[in-house]
Design a protein around this ligand. Structure first.
Ligand code: SDX
Length: 393
């Protein structure tokens, strides 16, 4: 199968595929983007450099980076007639619902890129446009929900500073992100940029395999990411830590809850489909959270609770036997709290970070000529039977 491994002809595509974008070794806690260890990328790369690497396979040279940045800046604004769509959402609308809707609505304003495929100027423009506009959609949804006027992008700002400007500036006062805050947001986005064939990326590939356009494919990825077992977990961690803090119950109560099979309570931020060792991203985030809180001269009681929870699970047979370690979501929410991102925006932040990975996987499936995704099943229903007339039912 081009692009997909068919484990068994009877089962058709199993959803496994060939990819050269991201390498994950779950047993040893290894993550590499295009061969570069996540530890080096996290330390040295900006989010725009990381996005370019994931999209095109190489770190950009100065000219390529300048052109990529310019294209992202050029596509930052939203078409003014798009703005009234935001006022159509109720203020309580979940930001992930707004994001998935607006990604498809944007495509209506760019018919020239709707049928774009995996390479050439059409793809490059669409990729930069999506990477850029996802920020404005996120920021605008926050501004509308809080009854604030929309703040338009400032093309002179960096990717992260521009997002924070659209989120937190006021008509009478520009928000200038401190280097600490900008670096923290960069780290968050870089660590979320891609992660092999996770649930949302697989969704993008399944939708894209029918040759659906890139906007609708990433919009489907947003919907998959929304789930509490996937991208919704970062906010779930904070709610769990807040509950531990306010309930007055000991941490052992929550460990017991997680072990009690009569409920489906899970420790948010723990466990992983692939990592049966530490998620390298959680180790990086744990170290950085400390530094950011110190540099911002903040205290966050939730960090102490998180550290105690991690320490207790590492000594608990239930978690040890099941290789349940903190994943990327366990400390990422504390980092977002430190830089002032509201809780209901956490999963949207994950989507902004994962946009390069979704686009790169969509590009790759086209390059591989991947066939339409069509998993098979094991049928467990009725054997053949005859229709029963209504009078006899
Ligand atoms: C992300 O795939 C990716 O790459 C995803 C991601 C990415 O970058 O895209 O890394 C991002 O989604 C990270 C995961 C975020 N989700 C959470 O933190 C939610 C809490 N975690 C669990 O729901 C769970 O660990 C999953 C969903 C992440 C994984 O589910 P699995 O594969 O079904 O878990 P498993 O097979 O490893 O479970 C083995 C055992 C089971 O118990 P037993 O049947 O053996 O008795 O461990 C138990 C599970 O019930 N278990 C947990 C647990 N996770 C698994 N028990 C308590 N708390 C948990 N968090």
């Amino acid at each position: 199968e081009t692009g997909c491994i068919t484990m068994d002809p009877g089962f058709g595509n199993t959803g496994s595929c060939y990819s050269s974008i991201t390498y994950v070794d779950g047993a040893n806690g290894i993550l590499r983007y295009r061969g570069y260890p996540i530890e080096e990328i996290a330390e040295k790369a900006t989010f725009v450099e990381t996005a370019y690497l994931i999209l095109y396979g190489e770190l950009p040279n100065p000219r390529q980076l300048a052109d990529f940045r310019a294209s992202i800046a050029e596509h930052a604004p939203l078409h003014t007639s798009l703005e009234h769509h935001f006022s159509g959402f109720p203020r309580s609308a979940p930001p992930m619902a707004i994001l998935s809707a607006m990604l498809n609505i944007i495509s209506c304003f760019h018919p020239e890129v709707l049928d774009v495929h995996s390479e050439g100027p059409g793809f490059d423009k669409t990729a930069a446009l999506l990477l850029s506009k996802v920020r404005a959609i996120a920021a605008f949804s926050y501004r509308m929900a809080t009854g604030k006027p929309l703040i338009h992008p400032n093309p002179s700002l960096s990717y992260c500073s521009n997002f924070l400007h659209m989120m937190f500036s006021e008509p009478y006062r520009e928000y200038i992100a401190s280097p600490v805050v900008e670096k923290a947001l960069t780290l968050f986005l870089v660590l979320h940029a891609d992660h092999e064939q996770n649930c949302s990326t697989s969704t993008v590939r399944v939708v894209g395999s029918s040759r659906a356009n890139l906007f609708s494919s990433v919009s489907a990825g947003v919907c998959a990411l929304w789930g509490p077992l996937h991208g919704g977990a970062n906010a779930g961690v904070i709610r769990m830590l807040e509950d531990i803090k306010t309930s007055g119950r000991p941490i052992s109560h929550y460990l017991d809850l997680a072990k009690d099979k009569s409920n489906d309570y899970k420790l948010m931020g723990f466990g992983h489909r692939v990592y049966k060792n530490f998620d390298p991203r959680s180790k990086i985030l744990k170290k950085r959270v400390y530094e950011v809180l110190n540099e911002l001269q903040q205290q966050d009681p939730l960090l102490e609770i998180a550290l105690e929870l991690e320490e207790k699970t590492l000594k608990d047979d239930y978690f040890i036997e099941r290789n349940l370690y903190p994943n990327v979501d366990f400390y990422s929410g504390i980092l977002l709290r430190a830089i002032g991102i509201p809780l209901n925006m956490y999963t949207v932040m994950f989507a902004i970070g994962r946009m390069p990975g979704w686009i790169a996987n969509w590009k790759e499936l086209h390059e591989h000529g991947q066939r339409i995704s069509r998993p098979r099943q094991i049928y467990t229903g009725e054997t053949t039977r005859s229709f029963v007339p209504l009078a006899q039912r």
